[in-house]
Each structure stands twice: as structure tokens, then as C-alpha cells.
Ligand binder design. Structure first.
Ligand code: ATP
Ligand code: MG
Length: 180
């Protein structure tokens, strides 16, 4: 499984629809200060369900929608699609490509889609649980997070290892059935 493509429309500094293609291996994003490098990692975090505006470096969720510039007026919707190559069936679905989409309108309405079909956020988090993907997963390590991992409590550190080992979903299912 690898990140194949990211499509951004109206997200933060990316007003116009933009597709970024990735290839397997290491990709480095370079550019001057303020050119939108961190906005790309924010987009990945957001499409995977990030609910905290602060984690996306904003004050409120609406701040992810393009707010206008000297040359362009503000937009009413932000949309990100993340395309994963799933030829190896790492994500347990029968598709060789998995597309996750999140949309947010200024009105506050939001939508999630899986392979272009509307779904719940829970469907996305369930699908990616234990795959190493997800807003809290080990696939995204932000600035300061390395230190956080090293100094976090044993219990919290255990979560990271359980996710990496692929047993987290069984733990959550067990907890859910115990509640019933
Ligand atoms: P640095 O090298 O300093 O880390 P960077 O390339 O990571 O910079 P970003 O933080 O990704 O830069 O981008 C910041 C830019 O995004 C700023 O110019 C900011 O005005 C713009 N921006 C953020 N949110 C929005 C928004 N909602 N609408 C329009 N522009 C936005
Ligand atoms: Mg940055």
C-alpha cells in the first residue's frame, strides 16, 4: 500500500484544484516559507478524519477553507481526496485502489466518501484501523511527536505498538462488545 495521489480543492492555500502524484519510496516536499508545504500534511491528516482545528493550525474548522487572496475571492468548500494504491490488499477491501474524500462547506455541512460513495467517518476509521494509516497512526509523525512518543506514558506508548502490530482493532471490538 502506498499514497498514490492527493487531490486538493479549496483547501487552505490551494484554491484551484490540484493533483499531486506520488511514487513508491521517499518524497520530499520543498519550497519557500509559507508556500504550503505544511498545508499538504494538514490535508492528509484532515482527510483521515482530524477533528481538531488546532491540530490543523487553525482556530476553527472553517479555517481549512480557502479564505481568499489578493487575486481570488474566498471559496465555500474545501475538498481533499487521498488515493491509495491497494494492489497488495493491505487495506481489507476488494479494491486495488482506495479513495478517501472529505468535504467541508462554509455552512458547516460536511461529507465523507469512500471510493466516491458517501459514508460515515467511522467507516473510514474502521477500515484503516491497524493499517498504520489514520490521523493518530504512526504513519503521520508531526514535529515534536518523536519526543512525545519517547516521553509518553507506558500505556500511551503501548497503543502505538498495538497499532503497529495490528491488534488494536481486536481490542476496540472487545471493548465495544463488553459495553453491550
Ligand atoms: P514554512 O516553511 O514556514 O513551514 P510552509 O510551506 O509549511 O511554510 P504553510 O504553513 O503550509 O507553509 O502555508 C502557509 C500559507 O497558507 C500562509 O500563506 C497562509 O496564509 C496560507 N493559508 C492557510 N490557511 C489558508 C486559508 N484558509 N486560505 C488561504 N490561505 C491560507
Ligand atoms: Mg511548514
Amino acid at each position: 500500500m502506498y499514497l498514490k495521489r492527493l487531490e486538493l480543492t479549496g483547501f487552505k492555500s490551494f484554491a484551484e484544484k490540484l493533483g499531486i502524484d506520488f511514487v513508491p519510496g521517499v518524497t520530499a516536499v520543498v519550497g519557500p516559507n509559507g508556500s504550503g508545504k505544511s498545508n499538504i500534511s494538514d490535508a492528509i491528516r484532515w482527510v483521515l478524519g482530524e477533528q481538531s482545528a488546532k491540530n490543523l493550525r487553525g482556530a476553527k474548522m472553517e479555517d481549512v477553507i480557502f479564505s481568499g487572496s489578493d487575486r481570488r475571492k474566498a471559496l465555500n468548500m474545501a475538498e481533499i481526496s487521498l488515493v491509495l494504491d491497494n494492489e497488495d490488499q493491505h487495506v481489507p477491501v476488494d479494491y486495488s485502489e482506495v479513495v478517501v474524500t472529505r468535504r467541508l462547506y462554509r455552512s458547516g455541512d460536511s461529507e465523507y466518501l469512500l471510493n466516491r460513495q458517501p459514508c460515515r467517518l467511522k467507516d473510514i476509521t474502521d477500515l484503516f484501523m491497524d493499517s498504520g494509516l489514520g490521523k493518530e497512526a504512526f504513519s503521520i509523525i508531526g514535529q515534536g511527536r518523536v519526543e512525545e512518543i519517547l516521553s509518553s506514558k507506558a500505556e500511551e506508548r503501548r497503543m502505538i505498538f498495538e497499532e503497529a502490530a495490528g491488534v488494536l482493532k481486536y481490542k476496540f471490538r472487545k471493548q465495544a462488545s463488553e459495553k453491550k
